[in-house]
Design a protein around this ligand. Structure first.
Ligand code: C5P
Length: 217
């Protein structure tokens, strides 16, 4: 298939890491598999793909420009740069919602007095909500409850063209597995409930929907 020939697509993947000190960080269970599958599927359909990825165990895919970042703030900067001429942005990354208020320069020592250590967190930038530009915007909503309600809310709040609602409590779905069970919801409220399938198949279903949207831009 070559229905994305010449289109520029930016995909984000992986879970960002927010530094606590030089050896510790806050992160999440994202493996990057969904984002990498999307980047590879878009490449195979002819797109020019930039993959902005947080650290994962996956090898860099060939034929794709890969930008390695670590934190949410770095991902935002890389996404702004990568989307300068993009036709679409797919935010498959699990971006941390909070980061330590100040990353300490020296390794934090175990305290001899007192049993508690309080870590102050501040909000990270919401990349999807903040990055502007004339491109198709696709987001993910990984939820453990009120899946569709929360996904619809995010679609509106982040001004998206398409959202992928992902029930992370369903078996074989969500983090660190090769399969996913998702529902696609577009701007007009049209809902497409997909059965359990491989992340690569989910990627192609998402791109199927995006082809028409990119064409109408
Ligand atoms: O609000 P929530 O984190 O559930 O939103 C999920 C969607 O927003 C995902 O597509 C994710 O990549 C994106 N996101 C973002 N910046 C953040 C948090 C999430 O772009 N700080």
């Amino acid at each position: 298939m070559d229905d994305l020939t010449g289109k520029r697509i930016v995909v984000t993947a992986g879970g960002t890491r927010e530094a606590i000190d030089p050896v510790r960080y806050i992160s999440n269970r994202s493996s990057g598999k969904m984002g990498y599958a999307l980047a590879e599927a878009a490449r195979d359909r002819g797109a020019k793909v930039i993959l902005v990825t947080a650290p994962t165990a996956l090898p860099d895919p060939s034929g794709i420009e890969v930008v390695h970042i670590v934190s949410a703030v770095q991902m935002k900067e890389a996404v702004i740069k990568a989307t300068a001429q993009a036709d679409a942005l797919i935010m498959a990354a699990a971006v941390a919602d909070y980061q330590p208020k100040s990353a300490v320069k020296e390794k934090i020592k175990r305290q001899t007095a007192g049993a508690e250590l309080i870590l102050e967190l501040v909000r990270t930038p919401d990349i999807l909500a903040e990055v502007k530009g004339n491109f198709i915007r696709v987001g993910f909503a990984a939820e453990s409850e009120h899946l569709l309600e929360n996904a619809r809310d995010k679609l509106k709040r982040k001004n998206l063209d398409l959202i992928i609602a992902n029930d992370i409590t369903a078996p074989d779905s969500g983090f660190d597995v090769d399969t996913n069970k998702v529902t696609l919801i577009d701007r007009d409220g049209k809902l497409e409930d997909l059965p359990l399938m491989s992340k690569r198949e989910v990627a192609d279903k998402i791109l199927d929907r995006m082809v028409g949207m990119i064409g109408k831009r």
